[in-house]
Design a protein. Sequence first.
Length: 318
Amino acid sequence: MRILITGAAGFLGSHLSDRLLADGHEVVGMDNFITGNPGNIAHLMGNEKFSFYKHDVSNYIFIPGKVDAVMHFASPASPNPQSPSGYFNLPIQTMKVGALGTHNCLGVAKANKARFLLASTSEIYGDPLVHPQTEDYTGNVDPAGPRAVYDEAKRFAESITMAYHRYHGVDTRIVRIFNTYGPRMDLEDGRALPNLLKQALLDQPLTVYGEGKQTRSFCYVDDLVDGIVRLLYSDEHLPVNIGNQHEISLLEFAEAINKITGNKAGITYVKDARSVRDPQQRRPDITRARTILQWEPKVSLEEGIAKTIPYFKAKLGL
């Protein structure tokens, strides 16, 4: 297939490009570098099956030639209020790429009679009242809250994707992505893993908010990409959770990182003001992925962190 990937220079988009090229497809990458990193795709620039367009998908998209699939991964995703590339500091762009960008990408898919895959997120569940989260849970989201620019952009993106499927017959897929980590992720991402791993490698005490009872489940990027590709190849149109079902408290996670890295600086507890309404529990129910895609994660947390450390060390100059 000839596959358009928006957000191709991002953490997930670049790994997805690698995988699809390895599978023998042709990849057309698109990114405006507002949050994407050109270094993530530098190694692909000499590949004859990879082409690239610098473009903002919130504007009209034109791709010469036939496209067989469109995978929409363009969006700010960092929840770090201090990061200039986080969605708190790019609120309008985040809403536009979720709404106008998704609309434009669906238009490309419709015009080419191509299959379409939307990168959605576990954030559409908000701070969940149901645990673990199944795909039929409709969520607990505040549309006027500080995280709404990302949460509601993705919820709208899912809605318009299903509208194009039901009204125009576009061959659509929706993946709800849970916490993912690995090489090429932004060290200033604001999520738990880059924050804690960076501190550990710098021999600093790890910052744990509150009592560290908040839970997450971490999926290594290769596992996630495999699930996404299986969904692309499938005939499933309804949303599918892709993530790791192993749930761990942030305190346990910090202790594990200190053990893996040999960091002796310990842990610092900081009062949890919850100023950005950080979800307290997050774990996917992956029954649908297991049943429909015959997929489940294989890489353990210890193995995944070991694979990630060299990238972090290189970025930190260690």
